[in-house]
Design a protein around this ligand. Structure first.
Ligand SMILES: [Ca+2]
Length: 250
């Protein structure tokens, strides 16, 4: 330690910030071994890649998948119907509650899921999913099925906001019965009238029949569920959701 700075003493160690020389940093995703930067798995040229999924190094370095999709080291061309687009069939509630179902799991007898227009200034004229959760401990879920393409990985996102209610509420996102994400429903006082985005969640790939996944012709039907549970005794919590999307990633 000199002048408050830690000194670089052993460049032969496995320090990714001083690998082989003081201050020589290994690229992101790599590791340092005996003073040399090394990829955690495969390497093509000077790049760390995953040969099982890299579209330009699919199965071997330089092997390009024309479709842009590489699955388990093999080029994969998804059926045209599912190569792009949203696997939710009414993810923005433009068709009301079509394709969605709802269930009250706890709380007062007036708890419900509904679809309607949000009168708030931030989302006037928008059709949204609405949770009305009454004390004590209101809880409900929304369910739909996703039309997903076999073998593709997807990213999932949606919007949520709470115009009213100050109970402690948590959302839970399930795909094919597996919990993908959970978090606090924003408090109205924290974010004003704004929507909070939840995005970047991983969904899939699915390969065929399993719990929460059924085969429907060339595509898969995958269970989706959003739970909201509140704890507390606020008279009611009014929570709105919209813009559900799950799209394939390359
Ligand atoms: Ca909408």
């Amino acid at each position: 330690m000199i002048n408050g700075q830690l000194q670089c003493l052993n460049v032969k160690s496995n320090d990714v910030n001083n690998c082989g020389a003081c201050g020589r940093k290994c690229p992101q995703g790599s590791r340092c071994e005996g003073g040399q930067c090394k990829c955690p798995a495969e390497q093509c040229g000077d790049r760390c890649v995953s040969l099982s999924s890299h579209p330009k190094n699919c199965g071997s370095c330089g092997r390009v998948s024309p479709s842009g999709y590489c699955v388990q080291g093999q080029p994969y061309t998804p059926p045209a119907f599912c190569s792009r687009g949203n696997a939710f069939r009414n993810g923005n509630f433009a068709n009301g509650a079509n394709d969605w179902s709802a269930q009250i799991v706890s709380g007062g007898g007036n708890s419900r899921f509904d679809v309607g227009f949000d009168g708030g200034a931030a989302d006037a004229d928008r059709m949204v999913g609405i949770f009305s959760l009454y004390a004590p401990n209101g809880g409900a879920n929304l369910k739909t099925s996703l039309k997903m393409c076999p073998k593709l990985a997807y990213k999932l996102g949606f919007q949520i906001r709470r115009p009213y209610g100050t109970d402690s509420c948590t959302y839970y996102v399930y795909v094919a019965g597996e919990l993908k994400n959970s978090g606090a429903v924003p408090q109205p006082t924290n974010i004003g009238a704004g929507w909070m985005w939840v995005s970047g969640l991983n969904a899939g790939p699915f390969y065929g029949e399993r719990q929460g996944v059924s085969v429907a012709g060339p595509e898969l039907s995958v269970d989706f569920q959003l739970d909201i549970r509140c704890s507390g005794n606020a008279p009611y919590n009014f929570i709105r959701v919209d813009q559900f999307s799950v799209v394939p990633v390359q």
